[in-house]
Write a protein that binds this ligand. Sequence first.
Ligand code: ASP
Length: 331
Amino acid sequence: MKRILLIHTGGTFGMALKDGTLAPSAFVQKILEFVPEVKRIAEIESHIVANIDSSNIGIEHWIKIADVISANYERFDGFVIPHGTDTMVYTATALSFMLDGLSKPVILTGSQRPLSEIRTDARNNLINAVELATFSIPEVGIFFNNKLFRGNRTKKLNIWGFDAFDSPNYPPLAEVGVGIEIYKENFLKREGGKLNVLKNFSDKVFCVKIFPSLKIDYLISLLNLDVQGFVLEAFGSGNLPNIEGRSLIPFIKSAVEMGRVVAISTQAVYGKVDLTLYQCGKDALDAGALSCKDMTTEAALVKLMFLFGKYGDDTKKVVEEFYKPIAGEIS
Ligand code: ASP
């Protein structure tokens, strides 16, 4: 029988209602009592890293999870991580970068309704995630509502429906129906190697959503802060204001001159950033901005955190590595 390690971190999955509001509960200790059937799929052990609303997740939790995976890597065939849905894509992306040489499945899952409630989706998500973790899938994935996605390509798109996630610019890795379909052709082509955990992240990044009439002064004042990398979530194919009195181009120019990285992502969900399509994007490109291409804003942010963690102040190196896929996050 395969061996799977459950690494609990929190989220709605293990929450209970307290005065009408969902909060983490002591219930997590009993997950396996609620879903005993997972023991028919694999030998399960569990480890609790945290039991928090995932809004409170940070770099220190990513490191703890990666450490638990690394310490148990040889003993288990796969890892399933119950996690809050709100920041699941950030954790999945971070782990995909940290777990260099990964050859086993690491699958994050969660739920829209707590495991203890009727009509919960937690049970299905957990059972299927555990079953998928017994397959040879060398990826950090997110399993939700019958689909396994590459974690660093995934976005949370639905707060209410059970289909909370989708991976708009990359096909699923597996689907579950009456049977299980594994789409091997979509897996990362990795050289099987030794697991090497990379743990350095910088938190000196900042993300700005661009909107009509955004004051350039606000952006310029950010340059007084110790920010190494900015992600500007722009319009459509990566466009932002470029006319007199409204232009954000001076901000990009100054930031780049000061040795900061400015990367442009999009507010659109499908398709990719192309800074050559419109003058509004081209001016940003000419000013030194990078294009996130088909990377999600979330993946771009975590990638900057990771690259600045790895290369320190070497902006040139960060820029060079930004366009190279680390774990299939960019085409
Ligand atoms: N606020 C919760 C969390 O991210 C939402 C969820 O798990 O669905 O922890």
